[in-house]
Structure formats: C-alpha cells, structure tokens
Design a protein around this ligand. Structure first.
Ligand code: FES
Length: 101
C-alpha cells in the first residue's frame, strides 16, 4: 500500500492540488476543514481534474465540463454512470494522509 502525506497548510481551500505517488495521480480538494482525494484522470477522455474548477463539493473537468462529487468520485451528470477513484483521506497531526490501495 502506498501513502501520500501532505501538510494540511499546503492544501489551499477551494483549489485542487495534484499529488503523485508511485505512478498514481491524485487530486486533493479541501472543502472547509475536510480534504477529499480523487483520481486525477477524468472518466470521459482523461482530462486533468486537478486543473478543474471547484464549486462547493463539485469539481468540473477543464476539458468538457463533466462534474464530479469530490466526496464520492461519482460523475454528477444523470445517466453517465461514470466515476473516478475516491480515496480515504484523514488527518494525522498537521498532515493529510491518503492511503492508496
Ligand atoms: S475529458 Fe473530462 S469532461 Fe471530457
């Protein structure tokens, strides 16, 4: 198992942040005092979600606008049925810890 550790202070509220570990691209999203972790590669055509726009808990892909719920990774457009990976993120001291399978 791979773990990503990032100081919470480095994760700006409302601005997606790309982190990479052992070939995995993960986007961290801070909403209030919670951090969510998702796969960075859009399920549509591979756009970089870390460059997307965040509105509340919705993250829009910068390429064609598919929206994802950052809490679940689920695409929010009805009928799409698509999702990106969602990883558990927890606090450990002043750091955010994300464990990848
Ligand atoms: S690649 Fe993300 S919406 Fe098309």
């Amino acid at each position: 198992m791979t773990a990503i550790r990032v100081p919470l202070a480095d994760v700006a509220v409302g601005r997606p942040m790309l982190v990479e570990a052992e070939g995995a691209r993960v986007v961290l999203v801070r909403v209030g005092d919670r951090v969510h972790a998702l796969g960075d590669v859009c399920a549509h055509k591979g756009g970089p979600l870390s460059e997307g726009k965040l509105s509340g808990t919705r993250l829009a892909c910068p390429w064609h606008g598919w929206m994802y719920d950052v809490r679940t990774g689920q695409c929010m457009f009805p009928g799409r049925g698509a999702a990106v990976a969602s990883y558990a993120a927890r606090m450990e001291g002043d750091d955010v810890l994300v464990e990848l399978p």
